[in-house]
Design a protein around this ligand. Structure first.
Ligand code: 6PG
Length: 235
């Protein structure tokens, strides 16, 4: 349970030359956790982000020397679209990583968002409850500062594990998202930000805006990996 006040969140900001360097660092961190988690517990529980940014990281993972049979894959959020829709986060992850590695299908937990946000959130909540704590949670950040489908314009109680989201400012309107509590219940949280379009969101976050993303963390450290283009300009 994420009971620590957000002020105690351990947050570290890293700046890399470009998006490829961010992807390389993220893949290395994920694989380091995978090795340790599999050694210690025989399982590696990874939460994948949607959107475009993490794709490069996922593609780098394809060639990894790891025991894929110990990997379990979860999704931080999903768009309410039909199965197989190219805009689904699970389809992007499948194309970039999951269809190219030997993770058992039974170990991949897509959010059943094709059933509608309410039913899917209810079903996914029991999956998340059984899975936490995760080993690594990967997240992106939107230009408005959202992460997963936790939008600044919406109310997101901190103790929610999974919730339906309606009227999302980023299409499609209906989504399902892990909540702050679930996304915080991990050994490491990696937030990837590349491109100048993310500068304002990162600056707002660093300036203390009460964004949902700012509530994520504890006990897990939050490591933000950004490229120079996404780094807020000084002054
Ligand atoms: C989604 C994602 C969303 C994404 C950010 C950043 O469903 O779109 O969950 O939170 O991570 O919007 O998207 P980009 O990586 O494409 O900039």
């Amino acid at each position: 349970m994420n009971k620590q006040p957000t002020k105690d969140i351990q947050r570290y900001w890293y700046v890399y030359d470009d998006a490829d360097a961010v992807a390389k660092e993220a893949a290395e961190r994920i694989l380091k956790h995978a090795t340790k988690s599999i050694e210690d517990r025989g399982v590696f529980r990874l939460v994948l982000a949607g959107g475009r940014t993490p794709e490069a990281t996922y593609r780098l993972l394809v060639g990894a020397d790891t025991d894929w049979s110990c990997w379990e894959i979860y999704f931080g959020d999903e768009r309410c679209l039909p199965l197989g829709d190219p805009d689904r986060n699970s389809v992007m992850a499948g194309n970039a990583l999951l269809n190219s590695v030997e993770i058992p299908a039974a170990n991949i937990y897509p959010i059943p968002s094709e059933k509608g946000a309410k039913i899917a959130a209810k079903e996914y909540k029991s999956i998340v409850k059984a899975a936490i704590p995760f080993d690594v949670v990967v997240l992106g950040i939107g230009e408005d500062g959202h992460t997963a489908s936790l939008f600044p314009s919406h109310k997101h109680p901190v103790d929610q594990l999974v919730c339906p989201v309606y009227n999302s400012p980023k299409p499609p309107s209906d989504r399902v998202t892990m909540g702050i509590r679930a996304l915080s219940d991990a050994r490491e949280i990696l937030i990837l930000a590349t491109g100048a379009g993310k500068q304002d969101a990162i600056e707002a976050w660093q300036d203390g805006e009460p964004l949902p993303i700012a509530k994520i963390g504890n006990p897990a450290p939050v490591n933000i990996l950004m490229d120079r283009a996404a780094e807020p300009s000084l002054g």
